[in-house]
Design a protein. Structure first.
Length: 464
C-alpha cells in the first residue's frame, strides 16, 4: 500500500496547476514520425534537374572513445531513484569502473547543472529532467553536447527502431542527435461512452483536433458549470484548463530548426476560445478533492469531460474500477495534436558532455537507462513512461503489489507505443504564453491585442 500511495503522489507532481508544454518538431519528428535513424539530409538534383537519391551520412571515421576507469554522475529526486537501478546494472557489467555518483538536493542539482553545463563542466552523462534546463534546444545549439548519431551507428547493441521513434528522435537538432529521451509523460485522457453519447459524440470524433475541441464545446453546452479536467479544489481553475488544452494541442510556437516563430493562428484561436468558454468555472467546492473524485468521480458527476489521471496501469485501473461501479464504460485516448498525430512530453533525457573524459562509460550508462531492465521497471522510472517499445508491455503489466492485474483495455498498449512528436517545457516561455493570453481568456482584452503581444514576445524570445 505504501508503494501505491508513493506512486500516486509522484504522478501528481507531473500535473501541477500550470504544467503546459511546448511542442517542437525536430527534423525527424515532423509528419508521420517514420523517418530513418539517419540525420535529415538536404535533397540534391542530378544533371536533368531531377532529385537524386539522398546519401546517408558517413560515420566510418568514428571510433568509440577509449576505455577509462571512471564515470561521474549527478542526480536528484526521482532521477536518483532511477539512477540507483541503472548504477547497480552498470557496476555489475563494469566492475573495474569507479562510479562517482553525486546525489544532490533538487535546488543544488539545478543550480549546479545550470552553472556548470554552459561552462563545459559537470557530469560525464547528463541525465536530467527536461525542465532542469531553461531551454534544452537553446542549450544544445551552443555545441556543449556530443552528437550521438555516430555512437548509434558504431554500436550494434542499440537500434533506434527499438524505440518509439517520435520520442527517440526528439533529440535531433539540425542533423545532429544531441540527447536521447529516456522517459516521457504523455497527456492520456479518459472519459465514458455514456458521457460521450449524452453530448452526441463518438470515440472516433476525438481522433481529430477539431473533433476533440468540438466535443469539449458540446459538453460545456450541456453542462455549462463544468470543466475540462477535474478541478482539485476551490481555486482559479482557468490555468488548469489552459494547461490541459495547450498540452493536448501540441503547438509549435517556435521552430527551433529555423529560428522562427511558428503558430497556427486558426487552431490556436480555437483552443484559446475554448479556454475562454470554460473560464471562471469551479465545479469542485471541496477544500481539496480526494483521489476518487479526481480519478473518476468528476466524470460520473458530469463536472468534467475528461480525467487525466490515467497515464499508468495503476491509475487507469483505479479509473476503470470506479467508472464500472458507477455503471459506465471507459474510453481512453491520447488527444490529437493540432498538426495531426499525437504528441507527448519528454520527462528525462540523457546527453554526453563534449568535454567529458569518460565518454565511453557515459554511453554505456545511457544504454542501460534505455534498457528493458530500467525502462520496464515502474519502480525505477516512477511516474514516467518508457520510450523503449519492448518495455511498454513490461511497464504496463508491472507487478505493483500481490494480486495486481493490469486493466483490460487492449488499446492502452497501442496508445502508449506510438507518438509522432515530443514536447519541451521552457518554463519562462510557457509562463509568458499564459500571461499574454490570460487577459483574453478572462474576458478583459480582445484576442487580436493579446495575440499580437504574444507574437512579439515569441520573436524576442527566439532571438535571445
Amino acid at each position: 500500500m505504501k508503494r501505491i500511495l508513493f506512486l500516486l503522489l509522484a504522478l501528481t507532481l507531473f500535473l501541477p496547476c500550470f504544467a503546459a508544454c511546448e511542442s517542437v518538431d525536430t527534423p525527424s519528428s515532423a509528419g508521420s514520425g517514420t523517418n530513418t535513424a539517419k540525420p535529415a539530409q538536404s535533397s540534391v538534383q542530378n544533371a536533368d534537374g531531377e532529385e537524386a537519391p539522398e546519401t546517408e551520412p558517413d560515420y566510418s571515421w568514428f571510433a568509440m572513445p577509449g576505455e577509462t576507469d571512471t564515470l561521474v554522475l549527478y542526480s536528484a529526486d526521482m532521477l536518483t531513484i532511477t539512477m540507483q537501478y541503472a548504477v547497480a546494472v552498470f557496476e555489475q557489467l563494469y566492475p573495474d569502473v569507479h562510479v562517482e555518483w553525486q546525489k544532490l538536493g533538487a535546488e543544488e542539482y539545478e543550480t549546479r547543472i545550470r552553472a556548470e553545463i554552459p561552462a563545459g563542466k559537470g557530469p560525464d552523462l547528463l541525465f536530467t529532467s527536461i525542465s532542469d534546463l531553461p531551454d534544452v534546444y537553446k542549450t544544445v545549439s551552443t555545441g556543449l553536447f556530443e552528437d550521438l548519431n555516430p555512437y548509434l551507428y558504431a554500436d550494434e547493441e542499440i537500434d533506434p527502431d527499438d524505440f518509439i521513434r517520435g520520442i527517440f528522435d526528439g533529440g535531433l537538432f539540425r542533423g545532429s542527435r544531441y540527447f536521447i529521451p529516456v522517459t516521457h509523460h504523455p497527456m492520456i485522457l479518459a472519459t465514458s461512452e455514456e458521457l460521450l453519447a449524452e453530448i452526441g459524440v463518438t470515440a472516433e470524433d476525438l481522433d481529430t483536433f477539431d473533433g476533440f475541441l468540438d466535443a469539449c464545446t458540446k459538453f460545456h453546452d450541456l453542462y455549462p458549470e463544468s470543466t475540462v479536467i477535474p478541478d482539485m479544489g476551490p481555486h482559479d481553475n482557468d490555468t488548469s484548463t489552459f494547461s490541459a488544452l495547450y498540452t493536448a494541442s501540441g503547438f509549435r510556437m517556435i521552430d527551433y530548426e529555423n529560428a522562427a516563430v511558428s503558430v497556427d493562428e486558426q487552431a490556436f484561436r480555437k483552443m484559446i476560445d475554448l479556454c475562454r468558454l470554460y473560464a471562471g468555472n469551479d465545479p469542485c467546492k471541496l477544500d481539496y478533492a480526494d483521489g476518487a473524485y479526481i480519478a473518476y468521480g468528476a466524470i460520473l458527476k458530469r463536472e468534467a469531460i475528461f480525467s487525466n489521471f490515467v497515464s499508468s496501469s495503476l491509475m487507469l485501473d483505479s479509473f476503470q474500477y470506479g467508472l464500472k461501479n458507477g455503471g459506465e464504460t471507459t474510453v481512453l485516448l491520447a488527444p490529437p495534436s493540432a498538426e495531426g498525430g499525437k504528441s507527448t512530453m519528454i520527462s528525462d533525457f540523457g546527453a554526453i558532455l563534449k568535454n567529458s573524459p569518460n565518454k565511453l562509460n557515459a554511453w554505456r550508462m545511457l544504454k542501460i537507462l534505455l534498457s528493458d531492465e530500467v525502462q520496464g521497471n515502474a519502480d525505477a522510472i516512477i511516474g514516467r513512461n518508457p520510450v523503449r517499445l519492448s518495455a511498454v508491455p513490461l511497464y504496463l503489466n508491472y507487478d505493483y503489489y500481490d494480486g495486481f492485474a493490469a486493466p483490460d483495455i487492449p488499446v492502452f498498449q497501442e496508445i502508449m507505443s506510438k507518438f509522432d512528436r515530443v514536447c519541451i517545457r521552457p518554463p519562462v516561455l510557457l509562463q509568458s504564453v499564459w500571461d499574454e493570453m490570460k487577459p483574453y481568456i478572462k474576458g478583459n482584452k480582445p484576442f487580436d491585442d493579446c495575440y499580437k503581444k504574444l507574437l512579439n514576445m515569441l520573436e524576442l524570445y527566439k532571438d535571445e
